[in-house]
Design a protein around this ligand. Sequence first.
Ligand SMILES: Cc1ncc(COP(=O)(O)O)c(C=O)c1O
Length: 397
Amino acid sequence: MKALRPFFMEDWLESFRNKAVFNMGESGGRPRTVKELLEESGYSENSSFTEIMNLPLFDSPNRGREDLRKLVADMHSSTSTENVLITTGTSEALFLLFRYLKPKKVAIPIPAFQLLYEIPAAMGALIIPLPIRYNLDGVPFLDINEWMTILDNENPDCIIINNPHNPTGLVFSEEILEKIVHYSNKNNCYLIGDEHYRFLSSEQNILGNSLYCNKQNIFITGSFIKCFGCPGLRIGWCIGNKQALDSIQNEKNYTTHTVNPFSEWLSYKVLLQQDSNLFKKIKNEWLINRETLKQFLVHSKTLYGITPEGGLVTVLGLKNIDDENALNNKMELLLSNGIFVLPLSSMEFGKFNFQNNIFYKEIKLSLINKGFGFRLGLGIDPNKFKVALDRMEQILN
Ligand SMILES: Cc1ncc(COP(=O)(O)O)c(C=O)c1O
């Protein structure tokens, strides 16, 4: 395996997440305390305290706590605990999964979270972009016929679908997902669904759709930590066939081995109470911030784009900015005024050929494709979010 290139977004996040007055560079929910997670899940402080104080810090079972695995299995159809491996974040699940699958040609919607293509590329895989483009209104779109043609021509041995999608905020329709599942089953192609934002992909339901259908070639990675503002818990999971998970667990035994019992305990407590205030609050704050952004964009003279369909990020373009100096000046102005948003260069916008075209068919394309904009995180307190957007408008005007 080749050396991994720098994780571009991480350098930005590490530099500014604790300094900015308004941190909207993140892709997760606003940070929550242990107390908030437990109390909003309906547990009293006293009983929780006693449980925490008596928690043995032994090695958890290698695959993860049985009761936690059962909860995770129940979120996926035709799945039992033998199909679930608890991991140290989704990142570890993905890393181990790539090492197990060893794909040679990976098709993936681009733009994408860097880890999803960086690791297979470093392992020698060819990356085949499935284009997601932005039109002049900053609306991301894809052409499923184009994707299917690319798949037919390139014949990848692995497809990665991150749904809801970071950074576009798209939720792929059932029709699109069905076509991709059908293709992968028919062509003996692995399919990885990165479903990190599944808890924030439907207005009505607790969970959005999952790609999992208990087929040998399909794997899911996911977690709740990003949606719930507790990424420090470092809990994730990998769903797949037992034989694959056995092998992946063996690799895990050489690295993180087991998952921290405190993280598992807290995750179990949270996921057990799916009708809790916590679940309602997470959804509610998401809905409020989506609506606030939608209203803001109707009137903004400086920014364009859309509110995300799912997940906690979207991409916004800067109106009337078409040269790099002006773009950099605006980004620096935001930063120096306490506003941190993620530059699109950190997600390699403009690095893929299709992102530099002016048209797709008869559709004129936005400069967002080339990186003229930023990723905006919605994971901040709703009152603060509104203030932040208004301040951005003032600064950029
Ligand atoms: C799409 C996607 N997948 C995976 C991850 C990794 O998440 P984790 O913190 O669970 O390792 C992230 C983190 O931002 C992400 O956005």
